[in-house]
Design a protein around this ligand. Sequence first.
Ligand code: AKB
Length: 315
Amino acid sequence: MDTILVTGALGQIGSELVPTLRTRYEDVEVVASDIEPDPDVPGPYEAVDVTDRAQVEAVIEKYDVDTVFHLAALLSAAGEQNPDRAFNVNVGGLHNVLEVGREYELDRIVIPSSIAVYGPATPDNPSERTIRSPTTMYGITKVLAENLGAYYHEKYDLDVRGIRLPGIVSHKTRPNGGTTDYAVDAFYEAVWEGEYTYFVREDTRLPMVYMSDAIDALIALAEADESDLQYQCEYNISALSFTAKELSERIEERINEFDARYDPDERQSIADSWPSTLDDTAARSDWGWSAEYDLDKMVDEMVHNLRQRTEGALS
Ligand code: AKB
């Protein structure tokens, strides 16, 4: 591995994956890219619209990229607002990366999939091959992404791998356009305003993971021996599973005055269509996945970091 390209680098995952990769692989050039032309981030950075194959090819050629973490995507709620764009970015963008990857004989492409591949017909605690019947455009694009990854691997021997990520809780970059965003928004609003109105019911239980565990999972999968992998892009990882109310109670233990309210909107039906726990036996046995953060450790770290940021901003 000499040069890594990260697409969607300004997003929730990318903004933490890029610095982690740069620290971990000192001799590897890590090129960050996103659609924004001129963000204030450390370089190398390139503006790339993944729906334009020529732009994808240009950056891969310019830096002689051999590995891609392809994160650029619209999430579930944003996808329901604009299904056409979600399809173009999530499927068209990935197709461009795979086509250029095939042409330039890339070593590896890592793509996050999502729990959104599952749907109301999926029983709880599904494993990788349990029925995928998504009811959102985002979920449909992720099923296609998983299948495209497997197809390019089978047909062109391209090394494409991926994880089905649950909701990711993090304090550096706020997620945007997802259904699980409430699990991050609650922390920001609790620290900043002392109150938060969830857009889901209090008994909504979804699988979640803390960001540093999600990053570790992506890197561990990327580094795994190909011969150890039984799946390409569909590894489940399981870390946390809590209801909105349970999250509020834990936040309240640290921020006494926190006032949580619940006013479900159209995102409730998306949340209701997803399983609340996942069977991740394959990730554990194939590439040694296990989460470090339990709910209390995560809540401690979120509250601590957001308080520090607030104090920093005020001083
Ligand atoms: C979303 O809520 O859309 C994402 C996801 C679970 O993939 N966070």
